[in-house]
Design a protein around this ligand. Sequence first.
Ligand SMILES: [Ca+2]
Length: 216
Amino acid sequence: MSSDIEIIKLVSREATPNAALIVGSSGRVFQLPNPGSPDSNWSVLGSELPAALVRDLQYNVPDDLLTAALFGRGAFVLPNASQENPFKVVNDLVSFEPIASSFTTTSDTSGCPSGFSGKFGFDAKLTNVSGSVFTSIVTQAGTLTGNNLLQNADTGAGGVGSRVTVPKKDGFADGLLSSGEFVDVPFVICLKQTERFEFSVNVSAFIDIGPVASTR
Ligand SMILES: [Ca+2]
C-alpha cells in the first residue's frame, strides 16, 4: 500500500477516548484506531466516500467532521467521523471484577514520583459478556481519587485518563477476546496516603467485525 499513500494524518479525537491514524490513498480513506497498540487493525473509514485519489484530509474535532478532498471529485464531508471508529468504549459488553486474593500493599514506591507513601497492586478479571470478539483492548482510568496515580499506565504514572493496554495472556493470549473469555489485567496504584480511595476504569476495544474491516 505504501506507494499509493497520498496523505497521512494523525488525528487526536479529543471528544472520544481514542485516537486514530487516518490515511488517504488512491481510492479509500483508511483508519488505524489506537495506533499505539501493536495489534490494531486497519479498516475503511467512510465507505460511502467515492473511490478517488485522496488529496487532503482535515478533521474538525469540535464538530467531529472529516473532510476529504478527492482528486477530480471535489470535497466530501463525513459527519460524526468518530462514530465510524470501531474502537469503542465497551463497558456494557464486559464484566470487570477486582480479584481480592491479588490485593497487595507495599511501602516500596519504585515507579512512583516522589512524595508517595506506597503502592497498592491488584488484578481485575475482564470477561467478555457480549457476542462480539474484541482485539486491542485498552483500559483508561475514569476515577482515581486521593491524588493517587496509576503507576503501570502505558506512558508512566498518571491520573485520570491514563491508559493500560490489556496484556495478551489468559483468553486474550491469541489477541482475540471472544465471547465468554477472560483476561486478568494488573493495576498498580501509587498511594499518597494509605487510606480509602476510589478507582474505576473505562474499557475500550476494537470490535472485530470480520475480514471486510481488515486490510492485512
Ligand atoms: Ca481468545
